[in-house]
Ligand binder design. Structure first.
Ligand code: HPA
Length: 276
């Protein structure tokens, strides 16, 4: 079996191309839980609900709007914005979790900004921090590239020495300084979810080098690297991870915290996207 759903991705890309009927931008942004207000800061030119895109799985996570938009930034540049993503913990196969990124490849996208809500495993972090992801640990026990590989599309063994573009990390840092933001920087570790971690798991993951823990993103970044996209990742620390946090977890806490930093996140990402 092919690891990626190439035929479905081509069909979806053709559909999006025919709907937008303009030159497709080369930069795309995937918005994580609670970060959807980004679209209020840009001029949305056209929007397609995921439900209308052939092959896109049905998904129902609170805090996600589920549509793909063409948006214009203040400097006139256009970007594709994906509000909401598909998660492995929903029972969705990895090929479907990464379908949007596969579709972006067939649309000609070269730069991908991914964002997510994450729990802080680094004790120097605080709720409301934004973290530039500079590396990742895939602790899900799966990999979206398992299966037959079509070598016309990408290599069997994918180099992951720069999963997040060093150049884009520098750009993000420089822009943050200009707008008085002090983002953290660190390693994002993904579990499959849907359970939050135990105290022992958080201690173990922190010892492994995790600064932030989430349930998404790593598969998308693996596939983006397979397709040789330049990736920038930003985590919004919506809660401290289990054992560091003083209270129990609740998804509404995650969405509320993301909503509180969405303004800073949006201003920053908009300026970054303008300069990519
Ligand atoms: N753990 C895993 N995923 C998360 C968390 C967390 O603490 N917060 C937001 N997503």
């Amino acid at each position: 079996m092919l690891n990626l759903n190439i035929e479905a991705a081509k069909t979806a890309a053709n559909f999006i191309n025919s709907k937008f009927n303009v030159e497709i931008p080369t930069t795309a942004i995937i918005l994580g839980s609670g970060l959807g207000t980004f679209t209020q800061k840009v001029q949305v030119l056209q929007s397609i609900p995921y439900a209308e895109i052939p092959g896109f799985p049905a998904s129902n996570v609170v805090g996600h709007k589920a549509c793909l938009s063409l948006a214009q930034l203040d400097n006139g540049k256009t970007v594709i914005v994906l509000e909401g993503r598909f998660h492995y913990y929903e029972g969705i196969p990895t090929s479907q979790v990464v379908l949007p990124v596969t579709v972006l490849h067939f649309l000609g996208v070269k730069n991908l900004i991914v964002s997510n809500a994450a729990g802080g495993a680094n004790k120097n972090f605080a709720v409301g921090d934004l973290m530039i992801i500079d590396d990742q640990i895939n602790f899900t026990g799966n990999n979206p590239l398992i299966g037959h590989n079509d070598s016309e599309l990408g290599p069997r063994f994918v180099d992951m020495s720069e999963p997040y573009s060093f150049e884009l990390i520098e750009l993000a840092k420089n822009i943050a300084t200009k707008i008085n933001l002090s983002p953290k920087q660190g390693t994002y570790l993904s579990v499959s979810g849907p359970t939050y971690e135990t105290r022992a798991e958080v201690r173990a993951f922190a010892a492994l080098g995790a600064d932030a823990i989430g349930m998404s993103t790593v598969y998308e970044v693996i596939v983006a690297n397979y397709f040789k996209m330049q990736v920038l990742g930003i985590s919004c620390i919506t809660n401290m991870a289990t054992g560091i946090a003083t209270t129990k977890h609740d998804h509404s806490e995650v969405v509320n915290a993301a909503n509180r930093v969405a303004d800073n996140f949006g201003n920053w990402v908009k300026l970054i996207a303008e300069q990519i």
